[in-house]
Design a protein around this ligand. Structure first.
Ligand SMILES: [Zn+2]
Ligand SMILES: [Zn+2]
Length: 410
């Protein structure tokens, strides 16, 4: 929890954002049928079950109440303002959330920190199951919207888009892609084919996207593989192309990554044969030294590469509230922003999601890694007073890594 003066600074900065031309009203289909929710900065309370007739009405509310976070339902209802049971669900967009928290990255140890709520013991990297000192399972986590983590999330998003387009047949126009404002990306599908799908049907979709249940053993009893070659669509095609791509350039180190410990030569010396006999003709047991277990490892690895690491809970929840486009993220002060699907490669969250331009703010930073906003690099900082741009100061205060330095303290 940051100091009162830091909180006041964030409140004023967020208020001014919603009160200025920097805030572009989001266009949301079926807006009046959506449930709107807020987390308020002042009392730190959640307000749900709100309905607004116009965007102007919503903007007025944002200026007056200054939320740290603004949400809208993926669903649309007859009565969005009613209690959950009385809302009368009409349908829901198909929504995907890709968050760096669900993707392991080597930089976790550099910028992520956990602190035991009970005894205060702390460590870096992935949060342990229980505190090594007092065995408590409650932690405060400090994560960071890091470039390399966000790049990984973007790669997962691109795979998701490919799955949605190639295997489900959605077009660019059906998909809306967003930077979440923190550590990930959102993909919304708006299409009549999915709007009334229930939770179970959505679970089938997440299973497909994550490759759950993709298996290559055709007959578990005889341990035989698909009798024929891999098919030309869906997961069979993805495994086929993925295997070809991987094996054609594979070196010993790559095979080690797959978990293959011996028999490297059976693969490295027979690439042509493997391609023609195994992958093209489906004669999976035709290479000496390349047996069931090795194939299993190879397929598992290719499946991981080809699938997308989405947060499945978000997609299957047909009442989910999701951050509203163009509003501020309370953990960063960045905006959730939409960008065209075809521009995903060049999209830069640290430029396009920046909400505050100009200004200089004096803050005392406890701990921050090296980071970039626009063209400017900041940090790393450790227990030091620095003058920062408003966007950088807001980010560090929201991440509880800095405090505002009041003028009289200087
Ligand atoms: Zn502890
Ligand atoms: Zn990272």
């Amino acid at each position: 929890m940051v100091s009162v003066s830091s909180q006041d600074f964030i409140y004023k900065t967020f208020h001014d954002f919603y009160d200025s031309d920097s805030f572009f009203s989001p266009s949301i289909t079926r807006f009046v049928q959506r449930e709107i929710g807020f987390f308020l900065l002042k009392n730190r309370i959640m307000i749900r079950h709100k309905r607004f007739q116009t965007i102007e009405e919503l903007t007025f509310f944002l200026k007056k109440n200054v939320p740290s976070d603004v949400y809208r339902s993926c669903a649309y209802y007859e009565y969005p303002e009613a209690e959950m049971a009385e809302k009368e669900w009409l349908g829901s967009d198909l929504v995907f959330d890709i968050d760096a928290d669900h993707i392991s990255n080597s930089c976790d140890k550099i910028h992520d920190k956990w602190i035991c709520v009970i005894c205060g013991f702390e460590g870096k990297g992935v949060t342990p199951e229980e505190c090594p000192l007092c065995r408590s399972k409650k932690f405060n986590n400090k994560t960071w919207p890091c470039e390399s983590c966000l790049d990984s999330a973007k790669e997962e998003t691109k795979k998701l888009i490919s799955l949605l387009e190639v295997d489900f047949g959605f077009s660019h126009n059906d998909l809306h892609t967003f930077f979440s404002g923190h550590r990930g990306y959102h993909v919304h599908v708006e299409h009549s084919a999915i709007e009334t799908l229930d939770t179970l049907a959505r679970k089938e979709i997440t299973d497909f996207v994550t490759g759950l249940g993709v298996t290559l053993l055709n007959n578990k009893k005889t341990n035989s593989y698909y009798a024929s070659n891999l098919g030309t669509f869906g997961w069979q095609k993805r495994l086929n192309l993925g295997l070809q791509k991987f094996l054609s350039s594979a070196k010993k180190e790559d095979l080690k990554k797959v978990g293959i410990k011996r028999n490297y030569d059976a693969i490295l010396n027979n690439k042509e044969k493997i391609l023609n006999q195994c992958i093209m003709q489906g004669r999976w047991d035709s290479i000496k030294g390349l047996g069931t277990k090795t194939w299993e490892k190879l397929f598992q690895y290719i499946k991981t590469i080809e699938s997308s690491q989405i947060d499945t809970v978000v997609t299957t929840d047909i009442h989910r509230l999701i951050r509203m486009n163009n509003t501020l993220h309370g953990k960063t002060g960045f905006k959730k922003v939409e960008f065209p699907v075809k521009h995903i490669d060049s999209f830069d969250p640290f430029t396009e999601a920046v909400a505050f331009n100009g200004g200089i703010v004096k803050v005392c930073v406890s701990d921050a890694p090296l980071f970039r906003i626009g063209e400017n690099m900041f940090g790393p900082y450790k227990n030091q007073v620095v003058d920062l741009s408003t966007a950088a100061a807001v980010l560090l205060i929201c991440k509880e890594r800095a405090e505002l330095v009041k003028q009289k303290d200087v």
